[in-house]
Write a protein that binds this ligand. Structure first.
Ligand code: ATP
Length: 243
Protein backbone atom coordinates (compact mmCIF):
# COMPACT_ATOMS: atom_id res chain seq x y z
CA UNK A 1 0.00 0.00 0.00
CA UNK A 2 1.52 3.32 -1.02
CA UNK A 3 0.59 6.17 1.31
CA UNK A 4 2.35 9.49 0.93
CA UNK A 5 1.06 12.40 2.91
CA UNK A 6 3.34 15.39 2.79
CA UNK A 7 2.50 18.69 4.30
CA UNK A 8 3.21 21.45 1.81
CA UNK A 9 1.61 20.94 -0.60
CA UNK A 10 -0.40 18.17 1.01
CA UNK A 11 -0.63 15.28 -1.36
CA UNK A 12 -2.46 12.02 -0.96
CA UNK A 13 -1.66 8.86 -2.78
CA UNK A 14 -4.43 6.50 -1.83
CA UNK A 15 -3.92 4.18 -4.72
CA UNK A 16 -3.58 0.56 -3.81
CA UNK A 17 -0.32 -0.03 -5.59
CA UNK A 18 -0.84 -3.78 -5.59
CA UNK A 19 -4.17 -3.83 -7.36
CA UNK A 20 -5.40 -0.56 -8.77
CA UNK A 21 -3.92 2.30 -10.71
CA UNK A 22 -5.51 5.69 -10.14
CA UNK A 23 -8.53 6.70 -12.18
CA UNK A 24 -8.24 10.32 -11.11
CA UNK A 25 -5.23 12.39 -10.18
CA UNK A 26 -5.61 15.91 -8.82
CA UNK A 27 -2.57 18.14 -8.88
CA UNK A 28 -2.78 21.36 -6.80
CA UNK A 29 -6.39 21.93 -7.76
CA UNK A 30 -7.92 25.22 -6.68
CA UNK A 31 -11.55 26.25 -7.13
CA UNK A 32 -12.80 29.78 -6.40
CA UNK A 33 -16.32 31.02 -6.66
CA UNK A 34 -17.58 34.50 -5.95
CA UNK A 35 -14.33 35.38 -4.22
CA UNK A 36 -14.51 32.30 -1.96
CA UNK A 37 -11.82 29.62 -2.03
CA UNK A 38 -13.74 26.33 -2.26
CA UNK A 39 -10.72 24.08 -2.84
CA UNK A 40 -7.19 25.12 -1.98
CA UNK A 41 -4.32 23.38 -3.82
CA UNK A 42 -5.72 19.88 -3.36
CA UNK A 43 -3.50 17.07 -4.63
CA UNK A 44 -4.63 13.46 -4.40
CA UNK A 45 -5.21 10.27 -6.30
CA UNK A 46 -8.39 8.23 -6.45
CA UNK A 47 -7.96 4.52 -6.96
CA UNK A 48 -9.79 2.40 -9.50
CA UNK A 49 -11.82 -0.59 -8.32
CA UNK A 50 -12.27 0.80 -4.82
CA UNK A 51 -14.64 2.99 -2.83
CA UNK A 52 -13.18 6.33 -1.82
CA UNK A 53 -15.15 8.36 0.72
CA UNK A 54 -14.94 12.15 0.78
CA UNK A 55 -15.62 13.25 4.35
CA UNK A 56 -15.27 16.40 6.38
CA UNK A 57 -17.35 19.13 7.98
CA UNK A 58 -20.14 20.95 6.22
CA UNK A 59 -18.78 23.39 3.65
CA UNK A 60 -15.40 21.62 3.44
CA UNK A 61 -15.54 21.30 -0.34
CA UNK A 62 -16.60 17.65 -0.70
CA UNK A 63 -19.29 18.20 -3.32
CA UNK A 64 -17.05 20.62 -5.17
CA UNK A 65 -14.32 17.98 -5.44
CA UNK A 66 -16.86 15.36 -6.55
CA UNK A 67 -18.24 17.66 -9.22
CA UNK A 68 -14.77 18.32 -10.60
CA UNK A 69 -14.53 14.65 -11.52
CA UNK A 70 -17.17 14.84 -14.24
CA UNK A 71 -16.62 18.48 -15.13
CA UNK A 72 -19.67 19.92 -13.46
CA UNK A 73 -17.03 22.12 -11.89
CA UNK A 74 -13.81 23.40 -13.48
CA UNK A 75 -10.59 24.13 -11.58
CA UNK A 76 -9.38 27.71 -11.49
CA UNK A 77 -5.86 26.37 -11.37
CA UNK A 78 -4.21 22.97 -11.12
CA UNK A 79 -5.04 19.84 -13.09
CA UNK A 80 -7.54 17.00 -12.82
CA UNK A 81 -6.47 13.94 -14.78
CA UNK A 82 -8.58 10.91 -15.73
CA UNK A 83 -6.34 7.94 -16.50
CA UNK A 84 -3.46 10.36 -16.77
CA UNK A 85 -5.10 12.74 -19.25
CA UNK A 86 -6.16 16.25 -18.29
CA UNK A 87 -9.94 16.53 -18.11
CA UNK A 88 -9.87 19.91 -19.80
CA UNK A 89 -9.36 18.18 -23.14
CA UNK A 90 -12.06 15.56 -22.57
CA UNK A 91 -15.38 15.39 -24.37
CA UNK A 92 -17.85 16.19 -21.58
CA UNK A 93 -20.66 13.90 -22.71
CA UNK A 94 -18.34 10.96 -23.29
CA UNK A 95 -16.76 11.58 -19.88
CA UNK A 96 -20.14 11.66 -18.14
CA UNK A 97 -21.11 8.31 -19.63
CA UNK A 98 -17.99 6.80 -18.08
CA UNK A 99 -18.24 8.82 -14.87
CA UNK A 100 -21.84 8.87 -13.65
CA UNK A 101 -23.04 11.12 -10.85
CA UNK A 102 -25.96 10.35 -8.53
CA UNK A 103 -27.35 12.96 -6.19
CA UNK A 104 -28.98 12.79 -2.75
CA UNK A 105 -32.55 12.62 -3.92
CA UNK A 106 -33.41 9.80 -6.28
CA UNK A 107 -34.84 11.33 -9.44
CA UNK A 108 -36.99 9.02 -11.52
CA UNK A 109 -37.52 10.30 -15.03
CA UNK A 110 -40.40 8.21 -16.38
CA UNK A 111 -43.53 6.42 -15.20
CA UNK A 112 -42.19 2.83 -15.38
CA UNK A 113 -38.95 1.28 -14.20
CA UNK A 114 -38.15 -0.30 -17.56
CA UNK A 115 -38.53 3.06 -19.29
CA UNK A 116 -36.30 4.71 -16.71
CA UNK A 117 -33.52 2.22 -17.34
CA UNK A 118 -33.75 2.99 -21.07
CA UNK A 119 -33.45 6.77 -20.76
CA UNK A 120 -29.79 6.76 -21.73
CA UNK A 121 -29.86 3.37 -23.44
CA UNK A 122 -32.94 3.08 -25.67
CA UNK A 123 -31.56 -0.18 -27.08
CA UNK A 124 -31.53 -1.93 -23.69
CA UNK A 125 -33.42 -5.23 -24.00
CA UNK A 126 -35.58 -6.72 -21.23
CA UNK A 127 -33.06 -9.39 -20.33
CA UNK A 128 -30.30 -6.89 -19.74
CA UNK A 129 -32.66 -4.47 -17.99
CA UNK A 130 -33.75 -7.23 -15.60
CA UNK A 131 -30.10 -8.09 -15.04
CA UNK A 132 -29.40 -4.51 -14.01
CA UNK A 133 -32.16 -4.67 -11.41
CA UNK A 134 -30.63 -7.84 -10.04
CA UNK A 135 -27.26 -6.11 -9.90
CA UNK A 136 -28.61 -3.40 -7.61
CA UNK A 137 -30.41 -5.87 -5.38
CA UNK A 138 -33.91 -5.42 -6.78
CA UNK A 139 -36.11 -8.20 -8.11
CA UNK A 140 -35.98 -8.47 -11.91
CA UNK A 141 -39.76 -8.95 -11.66
CA UNK A 142 -40.00 -5.24 -10.81
CA UNK A 143 -39.14 -4.26 -14.36
CA UNK A 144 -42.74 -3.54 -15.37
CA UNK A 145 -43.67 -1.75 -12.16
CA UNK A 146 -44.62 1.93 -12.13
CA UNK A 147 -42.02 4.22 -10.62
CA UNK A 148 -44.70 5.79 -8.43
CA UNK A 149 -44.90 4.09 -5.07
CA UNK A 150 -41.30 2.90 -4.87
CA UNK A 151 -39.64 3.34 -1.49
CA UNK A 152 -36.78 5.83 -1.31
CA UNK A 153 -34.23 3.01 -1.22
CA UNK A 154 -35.82 1.23 -4.18
CA UNK A 155 -35.93 4.49 -6.13
CA UNK A 156 -32.27 5.21 -5.39
CA UNK A 157 -31.36 1.70 -6.56
CA UNK A 158 -33.35 2.19 -9.78
CA UNK A 159 -31.27 5.36 -10.29
CA UNK A 160 -28.14 3.29 -9.72
CA UNK A 161 -29.36 0.71 -12.26
CA UNK A 162 -30.09 3.49 -14.77
CA UNK A 163 -26.54 4.77 -14.29
CA UNK A 164 -25.16 1.25 -14.71
CA UNK A 165 -27.07 0.84 -17.97
CA UNK A 166 -24.47 3.18 -19.48
CA UNK A 167 -21.73 0.83 -18.35
CA UNK A 168 -19.77 3.45 -16.40
CA UNK A 169 -16.36 2.96 -14.97
CA UNK A 170 -16.84 5.33 -12.03
CA UNK A 171 -19.86 6.22 -9.90
CA UNK A 172 -19.89 9.54 -8.09
CA UNK A 173 -22.35 9.41 -5.21
CA UNK A 174 -23.22 12.66 -3.43
CA UNK A 175 -24.72 11.62 -0.09
CA UNK A 176 -26.84 8.97 -1.80
CA UNK A 177 -28.55 7.80 1.38
CA UNK A 178 -29.16 11.08 3.19
CA UNK A 179 -32.81 11.11 2.11
CA UNK A 180 -33.38 7.45 3.06
CA UNK A 181 -34.40 5.62 6.21
CA UNK A 182 -31.82 3.41 7.90
CA UNK A 183 -32.93 0.13 6.28
CA UNK A 184 -33.01 1.64 2.79
CA UNK A 185 -29.63 3.25 3.39
CA UNK A 186 -28.13 -0.11 4.35
CA UNK A 187 -29.57 -1.68 1.19
CA UNK A 188 -27.93 0.99 -0.95
CA UNK A 189 -24.64 0.52 0.94
CA UNK A 190 -24.73 -3.22 0.20
CA UNK A 191 -25.34 -2.47 -3.45
CA UNK A 192 -22.40 -0.08 -3.53
CA UNK A 193 -20.10 -2.69 -1.98
CA UNK A 194 -21.28 -5.29 -4.54
CA UNK A 195 -20.55 -2.89 -7.38
CA UNK A 196 -17.06 -2.16 -6.03
CA UNK A 197 -16.45 -5.90 -5.67
CA UNK A 198 -17.41 -6.20 -9.35
CA UNK A 199 -14.72 -3.66 -10.30
CA UNK A 200 -16.37 -0.25 -10.30
CA UNK A 201 -14.66 2.74 -8.75
CA UNK A 202 -17.00 4.62 -6.41
CA UNK A 203 -16.42 8.06 -4.96
CA UNK A 204 -18.84 8.67 -2.11
CA UNK A 205 -19.53 11.95 -0.33
CA UNK A 206 -20.83 11.11 3.12
CA UNK A 207 -21.63 13.04 6.28
CA UNK A 208 -22.05 9.81 8.10
CA UNK A 209 -18.86 8.44 9.64
CA UNK A 210 -20.26 4.97 10.45
CA UNK A 211 -21.37 4.71 6.84
CA UNK A 212 -17.95 5.74 5.56
CA UNK A 213 -16.38 3.11 7.83
CA UNK A 214 -18.75 0.45 6.47
CA UNK A 215 -18.47 1.30 2.80
CA UNK A 216 -15.13 2.94 2.04
CA UNK A 217 -11.76 1.42 1.33
CA UNK A 218 -9.96 4.75 1.16
CA UNK A 219 -10.80 8.14 2.58
CA UNK A 220 -10.02 11.76 1.77
CA UNK A 221 -10.73 14.23 4.59
CA UNK A 222 -11.41 17.79 3.50
CA UNK A 223 -11.51 20.73 5.86
CA UNK A 224 -11.94 24.33 4.75
CA UNK A 225 -11.14 23.41 1.16
CA UNK A 226 -7.86 21.75 2.06
CA UNK A 227 -6.93 18.11 2.19
CA UNK A 228 -6.59 17.42 5.90
CA UNK A 229 -5.94 13.67 5.88
CA UNK A 230 -6.09 10.65 3.61
CA UNK A 231 -5.48 6.94 3.58
CA UNK A 232 -7.10 3.56 4.23
CA UNK A 233 -10.37 3.80 6.13
CA UNK A 234 -9.07 2.20 9.34
CA UNK A 235 -6.33 4.84 9.69
CA UNK A 236 -8.49 7.95 9.51
CA UNK A 237 -8.83 9.58 12.91
CA UNK A 238 -11.61 11.89 11.70
CA UNK A 239 -13.85 8.83 11.33
CA UNK A 240 -13.05 7.67 14.85
CA UNK A 241 -13.92 11.09 16.28
CA UNK A 242 -16.97 11.70 14.09
CA UNK A 243 -20.40 10.15 14.32
N1 ATP B 1 -21.47 30.27 -5.52
C1 ATP B 1 -20.79 30.25 -4.38
N2 ATP B 1 -20.19 31.36 -3.92
C2 ATP B 1 -19.50 31.35 -2.77
N3 ATP B 1 -19.33 30.25 -2.03
C3 ATP B 1 -19.89 29.12 -2.45
C4 ATP B 1 -20.64 29.04 -3.63
N4 ATP B 1 -21.06 27.77 -3.79
C5 ATP B 1 -20.60 27.07 -2.73
N5 ATP B 1 -19.91 27.88 -1.92
C6 ATP B 1 -19.25 27.51 -0.67
O1 ATP B 1 -18.22 26.60 -0.94
C7 ATP B 1 -17.97 25.77 0.18
C8 ATP B 1 -17.85 24.33 -0.26
O2 ATP B 1 -19.11 23.83 -0.71
P1 ATP B 1 -19.36 22.27 -0.94
O3 ATP B 1 -20.80 22.10 -1.31
O4 ATP B 1 -18.34 21.73 -1.87
O5 ATP B 1 -19.06 21.72 0.53
P2 ATP B 1 -19.47 20.33 1.17
O6 ATP B 1 -18.29 19.88 1.95
O7 ATP B 1 -19.99 19.40 0.13
O8 ATP B 1 -20.63 20.80 2.14
P3 ATP B 1 -21.89 20.02 2.72
O9 ATP B 1 -21.33 18.88 3.49
O10 ATP B 1 -22.56 21.03 3.60
O11 ATP B 1 -22.74 19.61 1.54
C9 ATP B 1 -19.13 26.03 1.13
O12 ATP B 1 -18.66 26.85 2.18
C10 ATP B 1 -20.14 26.78 0.29
O13 ATP B 1 -20.89 27.68 1.07
Amino acid sequence: MAIHVILQPMEADITDAHEHSPVFTLDRVTVRRGGALLLDAVSCRIAGGACTALVGPSGAGKSTLLRLLNRLEEPGSGTVRFHGRPLTGADVLALRRRVQLLSQQPVLLTTHIADDLRVGRPDLDDRRAAGLLGRVGLSPAMLDRPTAGLSGGEAQRVCLARALALDPEVLLLDEPTSALDAASARAVEHTVRDLVAAGLAVVLVSHNSPQARRVADQVLVLDGGRLADSGPVDRISYLKEGT
